[in-house]
Design a protein around this ligand. Structure first.
Ligand code: TXA
Ligand code: MG
Length: 359
C-alpha cells in the first residue's frame, strides 16, 4: 500500500495553510480510508467512525485485537448528537473544563455507532483533541473519527512523527507529519456511564482535577489487566513493551541509585548492553560512573518532582532503547500521585519486573 505523506511540520500553527495542506487527508478519511495524525497526547490512526469497513482497516493496520474498543474523535460538540444517547450533567461539566483536551469521556452509545468501534459495548468513548492539525482534519472531514494510538499493537504509543512512519508507513492510506506530542501519554479515560464515575485510564488530567470538577471519582485498579472481563478492555493487553526486559526500581534516596548502579555494573561485566532510564537527579552520578561505557545507554526522564516531563518523554525513550539494541533496561520510578500515578501506570505496563526498595 502506498501511504500519502502530509508534512505540516513547518506550518503547524497556521490554520489557513493547514486547511489547504490537509484537504486531501480529510478527503481520504471521508472516503473510508485510514489517516494517522498528531494529537496533543499521542498520534492517532483515524478512520470514519460511522463506516464499519473503514474502522476494520484500523484494526488490520495495527494488528489490534478486535475486542478492544476505539475512542471517537470529534471537532465540535454538535457531533455528539448521533453518537451518544444522552449527555449526562457531569459530562457537560468535564467537557466545559477539559475540551478540547486530553480527556476521553465514556457515555451510552447511539445505535448508529457500529459495534466494531465499541467492540460490542453499549458505551462509546469520545474525545475532542486540542492541537491545530487534529482540529483542522477533524472539522474538514465532516465525520466523527475513530482513532486508537498510531502504533503497531503492543508497541509504545507514538509521540513523534518519525515513530508513526516507522510503525505504519505502507500499512495506512495517509500519515500527517506534525508536531511532537506535548502531553506524551494517552488521554485520561473517564467512564461517565456509571455512577460514581470511574477513571479507566489515568492521564495528564488527574483524579484530583476531576474530583474538583464533578465530585467523587473512582480509579480503576491497575491490576485490571489480570481480570478476565476488564471494564476497559484495553487494560488486559501487553502494552508499550520494549524489546528488552524493563526492570523498575521503586523506592527513594541513595539506596535506589546504588541498587541500579550495582545491577548495571554486573550486567555490563557479563557483557550485556544496558539501558538506564533515570531522573535528572541521578543523571550526573550515572554519567560519572557509566558515561564512558559504550554498552551503557543513559536516558533522562526529567526531574523526579516534575512527572509531566517523564510523561512527555517515556514512549520516545522506550523506542530509542529498542533502536539502541540494549539487552536490559533499568528504570527509576515516580511517586504514585497526580501525574506521577499516570506515568507509573504506563511504566509498570511496560515492565517485566518491579523491585521494591525499603529505606
Ligand atoms: O490520547 C488518546 O486517547 C489517544 C489519541 C489518539 O486520542 N488514543 C488512544 O486510543 O490512546 P487507544 O485505542 O490506544 O486507547 C483507548 C483506550 C483503550 O484502553 C480502550 O479499551 C478504552 O480506551 N476504551 C475505548 N472505548 C471504551 C469503552 N466504551 N469502554 C471502556 N473502555 C474503552
Ligand atoms: Mg494504544
Amino acid at each position: 500500500m502506498i501511504t500519502r505523506i502530509f508534512d505540516v511540520r513547518d506550518i503547524s500553527e497556521d490554520y489557513a495553510q493547514l486547511n489547504e495542506k490537509l484537504a486531501e487527508a480529510a478527503e481520504i478519511l471521508a472516503a473510508g480510508g485510514t489517516v494517522a495524525f498528531p494529537t496533543e497526547t499521542v498520534y492517532g490512526l483515524g478512520a470514519n467512525a460511522l463506516d464499519e469497513t473503514a474502522v476494520a482497516k484500523i484494526y488490520e493496520a495495527k494488528g489490534r485485537p478486535s475486542d478492544n474498543p476505539l475512542i471517537v474523535h470529534i471537532a465540535s460538540e454538535d457531533q455528539l448528537d448521533g453518537i451518544v444517547r444522552e449527555v449526562p450533567e457531569k459530562a457537560r461539566a468535564v467537557m466545559a473544563a477539559c475540551w478540547p483536551g486530553p480527556v476521553s469521556i465514556i457515555m451510552k452509545k447511539d445505535p448508529r455507532v457500529p459495534d466494531r468501534v465499541t467492540a460490542g459495548l453499549d458505551t462509546v468513548a469520545i474525545r475532542m483533541p486540542e492541537n491545530p492539525e487534529a482540529r483542522v482534519l477533524l472539522s474538514r472531514c465532516g465525520c466523527p473519527v475513530a482513532a486508537p494510538s498510531a502504533n503497531l499493537s503492543g508497541k509504545p504509543s507514538p509521540t513523534r512523527p518519525e515513530h508513526v512512519l516507522h510503525d505504519l508507513e505502507g500499512r495506512v492510506d495517509g500519515i500527517v507529519l506534525g508536531r511532537n506530542c506535548d502531553v506524551g501519554i494517552e488521554s485520561t479515560v473517564l467512564d461517565l456511564s456509571t455512577e460514581p464515575p470511574v477513571i479507566l485510564r489515568p492521564g495528564i488530567v488527574t483524579a484530583e482535577d476531576l474530583n474538583a470538577l464533578i465530585g467523587e471519582v473512582r480509579v480503576a485498579s491497575n491490576s485490571a489487566k489480570n481480570e478476565s472481563v476488564p471494564k476497559a478492555p484495553g487494560m488486559k493487553y501487553t502494552h508499550y513493551a520494549p524489546e528488552a526486559p524493563l526492570i523498575l526500581y521503586r523506592g527513594t534516596g541513595d539506596t535506589l541509585w546504588q541498587m541500579i548502579r550495582d545491577r548495571a555494573e554486573s550486567e555490563l561485566a557479563a557483557g550485556r548492553r544496558v539501558g538506564l532510564m533515570l531522573s535528572s537527579e541521578h543523571l550526573n552520578a550515572a554519567l560519572e560512573t557509566f558515561g564512558n561505557s559504550p554498552d551503557c545507554r543513559i536516558h533522562d526522564l526529567g526531574s523526579i518532582r516534575e512527572p509531566k516531563q517523564a510523561a512527555q518523554l517515556i514512549f520516545d525513550i522506550l523506542r530509542s532503547l529498542d533502536r539502541e539494541g540494549v539487552d536490559l533496561i533499568l528504570g527509576e520510578t515516580f511517586e504514585e500521585a497526580g501525574v506521577g500515578f499516570s506515568v507509573m501506570n504506563r511504566l509498570t505496563k511496560a515492565a517485566t519486573e518491579v523491585i521494591e526498595i525499603g529505606d
